[in-house]
Design a protein around this ligand. Sequence first.
Ligand code: AMP
Ligand code: GLY
Length: 424
Amino acid sequence: MNILLLGSGGRESAFAWKIAQSPKCSKLFIAPGNAGTPQYGTNVDIKATDFEGVKAFVLENDINLVLVGPEEPLVKGIHDFFLADEQLKNVPVIGPQAEGAQLEGSKDFSKAFMQRHNIPAAASKTFTRDTLQEGFQYLATAGLPIVLKADGLAAGKGVLICTTLEEAQLELTEMLTHAKFGDASSKVVIEQFLQGIELSVFVMTDGKNYKILPEAKDYKRIGEGDTGLNTGGMGSVSPVPFADDAFMQKVEERVIIPTVEGLQKENIDYKGFIFIGLMNCEGEPYVIEYNCRMGDPETESVMPRIESDFVDLLIGVAEGNLNEKELKISDKVAATVMIVSGGYPGDYLKNKVITGTENVHESKVFHAGTSIDGDNVITSGGRVIAVSTLQDNIFNALQQVTADASRIYFDGMYFRRDIGFDLL
Ligand code: AMP
Ligand code: GLY
């Protein structure tokens, strides 16, 4: 079959690498892709949110399946667009329709969904500009620290953890009355702070059946020792040692089953990935957030651990027979380190020539924010390259990935050398 993958990051590189290995894939196209994705397929110069452009390409190239990497086209309704179009309606899209994508697109929706289905999560309440005073009263009684979340998509920046009441009041006002995150903060969820260790759990579902993919730990802060600003993710490790069988059983019973059944009960036909951001609070799982897609850089550690044919699993999602498909997971340990541009996550350097990727042999080099400039590969994003390795144990994986990241060079590059060492 011919597959179109939408997106351009490290997640899409890892998807493309895995899809290209499948005998079921004849042609793979990546729109728009990056400087690394031509190793696995053909880049197409169409943005993932250009629905008309995607349509024309799908029809001209006999595309049989579309895998959507990022959340934005899903929240904007690319799957609905396909279903509503006479010519496209039989081309399966992996990724939920806009309604299901609200699990990520609206924190208010996802919190209400968790409440309706008794899924463990932090206590919370939602406020708007009209209820700002009630918001202040809620803050006054809520305890500290307290978490403020912009309701809508805010490019990963919409969550603020406030340590004083004054800060929380100020930020709530900024978000609701001064549109700190634009429209995304026209509603704000105020949420209890959860103390614990985070992990990311991934579920693949055809709307009825589900498979639990390898879990991963993401390292979100820019600085070593989990310090400094939040980023999209600086590295990942899979498996996560504390996510043992007992913990994962609680996750399945208390979170995954009620989530998949909840979607069904509410007639939300969900075909795609559910990324569950969890806090492990003394052995008990609490949901921090849902995303309607895979994580980045988690996918770069998850894909190498999947031994089964990934395209066959995608077909299972599309056809509604995921229960008949095999998911074999490697016992080995995957570790990923993200190399970022100087200045990231603030304003960062661009157009720097990248060298040394040819010297990496024991890890995969998954391009993220890269583009081609004549004979050179240059940086074009904040997160530039994800280096991923799969080794027999965590210690070897962490050593190997750090050594391999050091073989790559560009002006102003930075990566964390402590990814995963907290798990040893
Ligand atoms: P999100 O954008 O929802 O992924 O949130 C960003 C980060 O904020 C999460 O990865 C957590 O580290 C943190 N966070 C979000 N909600 C909470 C919470 N209720 N308690 C503690 N930390 C949180
Ligand atoms: N790494 C977190 C995310 O993809 O949202």
